[in-house]
Ligand binder design. Sequence first.
Ligand code: ZN
Length: 194
Amino acid sequence: MTLIETVQPTLDKVYKRLAKEGLRDLTLLEYDRYLNASLWGKIKKWVFERDQRTCKICTANGKRIEMDVHHRSYDLEVLEGKNEKMLVTLCRRCHNLVEKYPDGRKRYDLDEKDFEYLRLIDVHSIMLKEGIPLRLESKVTKQYQQISLLHDPREALLFRTLDSCLEEYQRFPISSYFVGIFLTLLINSYTYRN
Ligand SMILES: [Zn+2]
């Protein structure tokens, strides 16, 4: 079922309610109220299913990762569920990268946010091509988590500045790779001995 087919009955109900309040359309509804309404819940569920709960930027997925649906536009047709192209699944971390500057201030300019969204997709695809490991899985065993933290100490940076991580790897690609392997072996031998 298309998004609008799925949400049309709910949308009709919302419009009946809005009419009683004298509101012409959804763009006049306070955004918090919109997000709390069942219409948004249904839209979100539909987008998650379409994207298989996979982040469009970093491709993280899994039940234990917090996922959001990001609005690339707040046009009426998007709010009503009539334009699913402008709604995408992002993990909470990537969503924050799009919504906020590295210093934590919120980005308000929609074009700027969308530029950042597309840029991060590019950065991630370059990282994949270069073989730079991305450790975003939530289903990690204790051992694996240890490895990933030591293997890639810049992981924390990743969520702040994906490109600074990329730059660093491009500068020292070989050393980073060997340090990773060395630490993995070290941890493996340590884990098996204990
Ligand atoms: Zn992500």
